[in-house]
Design a protein around this ligand. Structure first.
Ligand code: BEZ
Length: 213
Protein backbone atom coordinates (compact mmCIF):
# COMPACT_ATOMS: atom_id res chain seq x y z
CA UNK A 1 0.00 0.00 0.00
CA UNK A 2 1.52 3.32 -1.06
CA UNK A 3 0.71 6.52 0.80
CA UNK A 4 -1.74 8.65 -1.18
CA UNK A 5 -1.01 12.35 -1.04
CA UNK A 6 -2.63 15.47 -2.46
CA UNK A 7 -1.72 15.90 -6.11
CA UNK A 8 -1.19 12.16 -6.69
CA UNK A 9 -3.21 10.38 -9.35
CA UNK A 10 -6.12 8.59 -7.65
CA UNK A 11 -5.28 4.87 -7.87
CA UNK A 12 -7.49 3.05 -10.34
CA UNK A 13 -9.34 -0.18 -9.50
CA UNK A 14 -12.13 -2.49 -10.62
CA UNK A 15 -14.86 -3.18 -8.09
CA UNK A 16 -18.29 -4.73 -7.58
CA UNK A 17 -20.91 -2.15 -6.71
CA UNK A 18 -24.65 -1.99 -6.16
CA UNK A 19 -24.87 -0.53 -9.68
CA UNK A 20 -22.69 -3.20 -11.34
CA UNK A 21 -18.97 -3.63 -11.89
CA UNK A 22 -16.98 -0.44 -12.33
CA UNK A 23 -13.54 0.58 -13.43
CA UNK A 24 -13.03 3.62 -11.24
CA UNK A 25 -11.33 5.88 -13.79
CA UNK A 26 -13.78 4.96 -16.55
CA UNK A 27 -16.70 5.48 -14.17
CA UNK A 28 -15.37 8.93 -13.26
CA UNK A 29 -15.08 9.93 -16.92
CA UNK A 30 -14.72 13.73 -17.09
CA UNK A 31 -16.38 14.32 -13.73
CA UNK A 32 -14.97 15.20 -10.36
CA UNK A 33 -15.44 12.37 -7.87
CA UNK A 34 -15.91 11.57 -4.21
CA UNK A 35 -14.87 8.16 -2.92
CA UNK A 36 -15.94 7.74 0.70
CA UNK A 37 -15.85 4.80 3.07
CA UNK A 38 -18.04 3.95 6.03
CA UNK A 39 -17.38 1.31 8.70
CA UNK A 40 -20.30 -1.05 8.22
CA UNK A 41 -23.80 -1.56 6.81
CA UNK A 42 -26.81 -1.59 9.16
CA UNK A 43 -25.22 0.91 11.56
CA UNK A 44 -26.90 4.13 12.67
CA UNK A 45 -24.43 6.90 11.77
CA UNK A 46 -23.69 5.34 8.37
CA UNK A 47 -27.41 5.12 7.66
CA UNK A 48 -27.80 8.88 8.21
CA UNK A 49 -24.69 9.64 6.16
CA UNK A 50 -25.72 7.67 3.08
CA UNK A 51 -29.25 9.10 3.29
CA UNK A 52 -27.79 12.61 3.41
CA UNK A 53 -25.57 11.99 0.40
CA UNK A 54 -28.58 10.73 -1.56
CA UNK A 55 -30.51 13.92 -0.72
CA UNK A 56 -27.59 16.08 -1.91
CA UNK A 57 -27.49 14.54 -5.39
CA UNK A 58 -28.67 17.74 -7.06
CA UNK A 59 -25.88 19.69 -5.34
CA UNK A 60 -23.24 17.17 -6.44
CA UNK A 61 -24.65 17.15 -9.99
CA UNK A 62 -24.48 20.97 -10.16
CA UNK A 63 -20.78 20.71 -9.37
CA UNK A 64 -20.18 17.84 -11.84
CA UNK A 65 -19.27 15.48 -8.98
CA UNK A 66 -19.98 11.72 -9.00
CA UNK A 67 -20.14 9.98 -5.64
CA UNK A 68 -19.32 6.39 -4.72
CA UNK A 69 -19.44 4.86 -1.22
CA UNK A 70 -17.54 1.82 0.06
CA UNK A 71 -17.53 -0.62 2.92
CA UNK A 72 -16.13 -4.11 3.39
CA UNK A 73 -19.65 -5.60 3.51
CA UNK A 74 -20.94 -7.66 0.59
CA UNK A 75 -23.39 -6.79 -2.18
CA UNK A 76 -26.40 -8.57 -0.66
CA UNK A 77 -25.84 -6.71 2.61
CA UNK A 78 -25.57 -3.36 0.78
CA UNK A 79 -28.74 -4.06 -1.20
CA UNK A 80 -30.75 -4.99 1.88
CA UNK A 81 -29.47 -1.98 3.83
CA UNK A 82 -30.35 0.44 1.00
CA UNK A 83 -34.00 -0.46 1.71
CA UNK A 84 -33.53 0.65 5.32
CA UNK A 85 -31.74 3.87 4.29
CA UNK A 86 -34.54 4.75 1.90
CA UNK A 87 -37.20 3.94 4.47
CA UNK A 88 -35.68 5.71 7.48
CA UNK A 89 -34.07 8.71 5.74
CA UNK A 90 -36.94 9.44 3.34
CA UNK A 91 -34.78 9.21 0.25
CA UNK A 92 -33.69 6.95 -2.61
CA UNK A 93 -30.05 5.94 -2.66
CA UNK A 94 -28.89 7.17 -6.07
CA UNK A 95 -25.16 6.37 -6.11
CA UNK A 96 -23.18 3.10 -6.14
CA UNK A 97 -21.82 1.43 -3.01
CA UNK A 98 -18.68 -0.66 -3.47
CA UNK A 99 -18.70 -4.13 -1.89
CA UNK A 100 -15.05 -4.39 -0.86
CA UNK A 101 -15.17 -7.77 0.86
CA UNK A 102 -11.58 -8.61 -0.10
CA UNK A 103 -10.47 -5.14 1.16
CA UNK A 104 -8.63 -4.50 -2.09
CA UNK A 105 -9.81 -0.90 -2.46
CA UNK A 106 -9.72 -0.19 1.29
CA UNK A 107 -6.08 -1.20 1.37
CA UNK A 108 -5.24 0.66 -1.83
CA UNK A 109 -6.65 3.86 -0.27
CA UNK A 110 -5.44 3.14 3.29
CA UNK A 111 -8.98 3.23 4.67
CA UNK A 112 -8.37 0.68 7.43
CA UNK A 113 -6.56 2.20 10.41
CA UNK A 114 -5.69 -0.81 12.58
CA UNK A 115 -5.30 1.14 15.82
CA UNK A 116 -8.88 2.36 15.39
CA UNK A 117 -10.32 -0.94 14.12
CA UNK A 118 -8.41 -3.82 12.56
CA UNK A 119 -11.18 -4.91 10.16
CA UNK A 120 -13.45 -2.02 9.32
CA UNK A 121 -12.85 1.07 7.22
CA UNK A 122 -12.80 4.45 8.95
CA UNK A 123 -14.76 7.37 7.47
CA UNK A 124 -12.38 8.39 4.69
CA UNK A 125 -13.19 10.93 2.01
CA UNK A 126 -11.19 11.41 -1.17
CA UNK A 127 -12.14 14.23 -3.53
CA UNK A 128 -10.75 13.63 -7.01
CA UNK A 129 -10.53 16.30 -9.69
CA UNK A 130 -11.53 15.97 -13.33
CA UNK A 131 -7.80 15.39 -13.99
CA UNK A 132 -7.99 12.24 -11.73
CA UNK A 133 -5.70 13.89 -9.18
CA UNK A 134 -6.44 13.71 -5.45
CA UNK A 135 -7.56 17.18 -4.30
CA UNK A 136 -8.66 16.52 -0.71
CA UNK A 137 -8.33 13.79 1.88
CA UNK A 138 -10.24 13.84 5.15
CA UNK A 139 -10.62 11.10 7.74
CA UNK A 140 -13.17 10.85 10.53
CA UNK A 141 -13.50 8.15 13.16
CA UNK A 142 -16.45 5.75 13.18
CA UNK A 143 -18.12 7.64 16.01
CA UNK A 144 -18.40 10.95 14.14
CA UNK A 145 -20.69 11.39 11.16
CA UNK A 146 -19.41 13.69 8.43
CA UNK A 147 -20.69 17.16 7.61
CA UNK A 148 -21.65 17.03 3.94
CA UNK A 149 -22.31 20.77 3.81
CA UNK A 150 -18.62 21.18 4.59
CA UNK A 151 -17.82 18.80 1.76
CA UNK A 152 -19.84 20.91 -0.70
CA UNK A 153 -18.14 24.05 0.66
CA UNK A 154 -14.71 22.53 0.09
CA UNK A 155 -15.63 21.39 -3.42
CA UNK A 156 -16.71 24.97 -4.21
CA UNK A 157 -13.32 26.16 -3.02
CA UNK A 158 -11.40 23.43 -4.87
CA UNK A 159 -13.22 24.11 -8.13
CA UNK A 160 -12.89 27.90 -7.81
CA UNK A 161 -9.18 27.80 -7.00
CA UNK A 162 -8.49 25.25 -9.74
CA UNK A 163 -9.57 27.77 -12.38
CA UNK A 164 -8.76 31.19 -10.82
CA UNK A 165 -5.63 32.51 -9.12
CA UNK A 166 -7.30 32.90 -5.74
CA UNK A 167 -7.52 31.11 -2.40
CA UNK A 168 -10.42 30.99 0.05
CA UNK A 169 -10.06 32.35 3.58
CA UNK A 170 -11.17 30.83 6.89
CA UNK A 171 -14.86 29.92 7.03
CA UNK A 172 -15.36 31.09 3.44
CA UNK A 173 -18.63 30.24 1.78
CA UNK A 174 -19.54 30.38 -1.89
CA UNK A 175 -20.29 34.00 -2.87
CA UNK A 176 -17.98 35.67 -0.37
CA UNK A 177 -14.79 37.61 -1.08
CA UNK A 178 -11.66 35.57 -1.73
CA UNK A 179 -7.94 36.11 -1.29
CA UNK A 180 -5.75 36.93 -4.30
CA UNK A 181 -3.00 34.36 -4.76
CA UNK A 182 0.29 35.51 -3.20
CA UNK A 183 1.96 34.81 -6.57
CA UNK A 184 0.12 37.79 -8.16
CA UNK A 185 1.87 41.16 -7.89
CA UNK A 186 -0.40 43.89 -6.49
CA UNK A 187 0.04 46.03 -9.63
CA UNK A 188 -1.34 43.14 -11.75
CA UNK A 189 -4.51 42.74 -9.69
CA UNK A 190 -6.70 45.37 -11.46
CA UNK A 191 -6.32 43.75 -14.88
CA UNK A 192 -6.80 40.23 -13.52
CA UNK A 193 -9.62 41.02 -11.08
CA UNK A 194 -11.64 43.86 -12.61
CA UNK A 195 -14.41 43.64 -9.99
CA UNK A 196 -12.10 45.48 -7.58
CA UNK A 197 -9.82 44.58 -4.72
CA UNK A 198 -8.66 45.66 -1.26
CA UNK A 199 -5.06 45.68 -0.06
CA UNK A 200 -5.20 44.97 3.68
CA UNK A 201 -1.50 44.10 3.90
CA UNK A 202 0.91 43.69 0.98
CA UNK A 203 0.43 39.91 1.36
CA UNK A 204 -3.32 40.01 2.12
CA UNK A 205 -5.37 41.21 -0.84
CA UNK A 206 -9.05 40.39 -1.30
CA UNK A 207 -11.37 40.54 -4.29
CA UNK A 208 -15.00 39.60 -5.01
CA UNK A 209 -15.40 35.96 -6.04
CA UNK A 210 -14.36 36.01 -9.72
CA UNK A 211 -16.66 33.31 -11.10
CA UNK A 212 -19.96 34.99 -10.14
CA UNK A 213 -22.00 37.30 -12.39
C1 BEZ B 1 -22.35 3.88 12.91
O1 BEZ B 1 -22.36 4.06 11.70
O2 BEZ B 1 -23.26 4.21 13.64
C2 BEZ B 1 -21.14 3.27 13.55
C3 BEZ B 1 -20.38 2.33 12.87
C4 BEZ B 1 -19.30 1.75 13.48
C5 BEZ B 1 -18.96 2.14 14.77
C6 BEZ B 1 -19.69 3.11 15.42
C7 BEZ B 1 -20.79 3.68 14.81
Amino acid sequence: MATIRLGDEAPNFNAKTTEGEINFHEWLGNSWGILFSHPADYTPVCTTELGTVAKYKEEFDKRNVKVVALSVDGLESHKGWIGDINETQGTTVNFPIIADEDKKVSELYDMIHPNADSNLTVRSVFVIGDDKKVKLIITYPASTGRNFDELLRVIDSLQLTAYHKVATPANWNNGEDVVVSPAIATEDIPSMFPKGHKVIKPYLRTTPQPNLD
